[in-house]
Design a protein around this ligand. Structure first.
Ligand SMILES: [Zn+2]
Length: 301
């Protein structure tokens, strides 16, 4: 009799526990891999994160698919960079009919304003540099914005999001100290680098490395012969030691600059996207450490 009663009680408990155990995770859709990594760190087990633009892919020129619209329509929260990075997003959000809150994760970051002088049209545009994640101080702001958006969407898990964010912010502090200490070991006159597109302006401003790029802050524009000639003259005149490939751009331009100037090819930097899992830059922390190692290796030898 007793055991039968216990059995029923256990069954009732198990049934009532089911909805809590299978509680729906917040579906987070991030526009690109770096935001998705931040969201996974802050959301932990309480969220299910996916990204529209995957590893090693270029968000500047992304062409969304119908599957992306479907994913947005099912999202609980959408994380975007803003600052003109995802030019294709607004149409996609409209087309998807999503009811999800769209969070601009760069809110509160002071944007770097670009003067794109001497472009193909022969006049200059002022525009914001979207690559704000390349400074760790800005990464902290992204993480705080993502934490606040998750708390708003899912207040029941507030303590989890706050604890996860605090733990990740501590890792960012350690990363930033490491970057500053490493750059300090490179003589100031050697801290000059060429990359294909201007993705490292925030890194340059934060850590005192000069990046020169033929292509401006987006990968959309072609590089004119005049721009290329100007860069080649500059590399020679300033004795710039190294040119770098990026994971999201065509390497041919950098090879040509290296050939014509004698600058060394310094490896591959991760600028706008992480590597695939198992690669050298599958998380933001790994990406920044990989780039730092490549920079130091090329500039110190
Ligand atoms: Zn870019």
């Amino acid at each position: 009799m007793i055991s039968k009663w216990l059995g029923a009680a256990v069954l009732a408990l198990a049934l009532s526990a089911t909805p809590a155990a299978a509680q729906e995770k917040v579906r987070v859709v991030a526009t690109f891999s770096i935001l998705a990594d931040f969201a996974r760190n802050v959301g932990g087990a309480a969220v299910e994160v996916s990204e529209l633009v995957g590893p090693d892919s270029d968000a500047h020129v992304y062409a969304p698919s119908p599957a992306d619209a479907k994913r947005l329509s099912e999202a609980g929260i959408v994380l975007v960079n803003g600052l003109g990075f995802e030019g294709w997003l607004e149409r996609l959000v409209k087309a998807s009919g999503t009811k999800a809150a769209v969070t601009i994760t760069t809110t509160g970051i002071k944007p770097r304003r670009m003067q794109e002088a001497g472009n193909a049209h022969g006049h200059s545009h002022g525009r914001s540099d979207p690559h704000a994640w390349q400074s760790v101080a800005n990464a902290r702001i992204y993480v705080a914005n993502i934490r606040d958006a998750l708390v708003k969407a899912d207040p029941a898990a507030k303590a989890t999001y706050e604890a996860n964010a605090a733990a990740y912010l501590a890792k960012l502090d350690a990363l930033e100290a490491e970057i500053k200490a490493t750059i300090a070991t490179i003589p100031a006159e050697r801290r000059k680098i060429i990359t294909t597109h201007d993705a490292f302006g925030y890194f340059a401003a934060a850590y005192g490395v000069e990046f020169i790029a033929p292509q401006g802050v987006s990968t959309e524009a072609d590089v004119s012969a005049r721009d290329l000639a100007r860069i080649i003259r500059q590399v020679k005149a300033q004795k710039i030691p190294a040119v770098f490939m990026e994971n999201v751009t065509d390497p041919r331009l950098m090879r040509r600059i290296a050939e014509e100037t004698g600058a060394k090819i310094g490896g591959r930097l991760y600028s706008d996207a992480l590597s695939a899992a198992g690669g050298p830059a599958a998380t933001y922390l790994d990406m920044m450490r990989h780039n730092l190692k490549e920079l130091r290796g090329a500039l110190m030898s």
